[in-house]
Design a protein around this ligand. Structure first.
Ligand SMILES: Nc1ncnc2c1ncn2[C@@H]1O[C@H](COP(=O)(O)OP(=O)(O)OP(=O)(O)O)[C@@H](O)[C@H]1O
Ligand SMILES: [Mg+2]
Length: 293
C-alpha cells in the first residue's frame, strides 16, 4: 500500500490528540532535523504520559519516524504528512474518499477521489526527494539553507507552484484540469478521462491535434507562463479528442532570463514527437514566430 492509501485508511482511526502530535512535529520540523520530544510536548500541549502514548501509536502506524541518538526526536513520514493534508481536505469539505491510483510518477502520486458533493476529482501528492533522506541531501543540497526539511518543504513548494500555475492558465482559457484546492503538498484538481499522448496508439487527425496543442501553448505564453516540461508525457488526450496540458510545478514566467530557450525546448519536444510518431512536419522557427506573435 502506498503512503497516501495508508494515510487514507488510517484517517478514521486518528483522534484529535494524534493530529495534535502530528501537527506539532510538522511545525517543529521547520527548525529541527528531528524534533525533540520536549519540543513536541511544548507545541502540542499534551502531558508527558499522553504524549508518550500518542507517539507510540503514531510510530506503530508508521506515520512518524524516531531516532534515539544524539537525542530522542521524531519526524513525519510521508504517510504522516499525507494524513495531515487529507484530514485538512476532509475537514474543509473538499474530499470524501480517496480512490484508485491514476499515475505514480517520479515526483508525484496521483489518485482518483470523490468530493463531498460526489464530484470525481484527481488528487496529486507531490513527492520531492523521495529517494532517501541521505540521497536527497546529497543530490539536492540546501533549500534556502534549510536542508533538513527539504523533502517536506520542497514537496509543499511544488504543490504551491503547480496550483498557482493552474490558476493562472485556467483563467486564461488554457485547457488544463480545473484547480480546486491545495493543502500542504497536495493539489486537488478536476479529473480528466483520457490517456497521456505517449500512450495513444491511433489518432484520426494528428495535424488537428498538434494545432490544438500549439493554440494552448500560445494562450499559455500570452498569460506570461512557460510550462517548462512539455512533452508527450504531460499532454492528455480525452476520448473526444480534446487535449489537456498537465503537470505544472516547474513552470517559469516569461521574464525568466532563459525564457526563449525554455520555450524553444518545450515546443521542440512536441514537434519532434509529432514528426517521429505521426509524420507531421512543422518548422520550429516558423512555429515559434507564430506562438510569440
Ligand atoms: N487531473 C488528472 N486527471 C486524471 N489523471 C491525471 C490527472 N493529473 C495527472 N493524472 C495522471 O497521473 C500521471 C502523472 O501526473 P503528472 O504528470 O502531473 O505527475 P508527474 O509527477 O509528472 O509524474 P512523472 O514524474 O511521471 O512525470 C499522468 O500521466 C496522468 O496519467
Ligand atoms: Mg508528468
Amino acid at each position: 500500500m502506498s503512503s497516501a492509501e495508508r494515510a487514507a485508511t488510517l484517517l478514521t482511526q486518528l483522534e484529535p490528540e494524534d493530529f495534535r502530535v502530528l501537527t506539532a512535529i510538522e511545525l517543529g520540523m521547520s527548525s529541527h532535523r528531528y524534533v525533540p520530544v520536549e519540543e513536541i510536548e511544548r507545541i502540542s500541549g499534551l502531558n508527558p504520559r499522553e504524549l508518550e502514548y500518542r507517539i507510540r501509536r503514531l510510530n506503530n502506524m508508521e506515520l512518524i519516524y524516531g531516532r534515539q541518538q544524539p537525542y530522542v526526536g521524531y519526524i513525519l513520514n510521508y504517510a504522516g504528512y499525507d494524513a495531515l493534508a487529507l484530514n485538512a481536505l476532509v475537514k474543509a469539505d473538499i474530499l470524501e474518499a480517496l480512490g484508485k491510483p491514476l499515475g505514480v510518477g517520479k515526483e508525484s502520486d496521483v489518485y482518483e477521489a470523490l468530493t463531498s458533493n460526489g464530484e470525481r476529482v484527481a488528487v496529486k501528492f507531490h513527492r520531492l526527494g523521495r529517494v532517501s533522506f541521505r540521497d536527497t541531501r546529497r543530490k539536492r543540497g540546501y533549500v534556502g539553507g534549510r536542508r533538513h526539511i527539504s523533502w517536506l518543504y520542497e514537496s509543499r513548494l511544488a504543490a504551491e507552484r503547480e496550483f498557482e500555475a493552474l490558476g493562472i492558465v485556467y483563467e486564461a482559457g488554457v485547457s488544463v484540469p480545473k484547480p480546486i484546492h491545495r493543502n500542504r503538498h497536495v493539489v486537488v484538481m478536476g479529473y480528466i478521462e483520457g490517456f497521456p499522448l505517449v500512450d495513444v496508439v491511433s489518432l484520426d487527425d494528428p495535424e488537428g491535434l498538434l494545432d490544438d496543442i500549439l493554440r494552448n501553448i500560445k494562450l499559455t505564453l500570452s498569460a506570461g507562463i512557460i510550462h517548462n516540461d512539455l512533452s508527450e508525457f504531460n499532454i492528455v488526450v480525452k476520448p473526444d479528442g480534446e487535449v489537456l496540458i498537465i503537470d505544472w510545478p516547474q513552470y517559469v514566467t516569461m521574464d525568466h532570463p532563459n525564457a526563449e530557450l525554455l520555450i524553444r525546448r518545450d515546443v521542440e519536444n512536441v514537434l519532434k514527437y509529432f514528426r517521429r510518431k505521426w509524420r507531421v512536419y512543422r518548422d520550429l522557427d516558423e512555429t515559434l514566430k507564430w506562438l510569440l506573435s
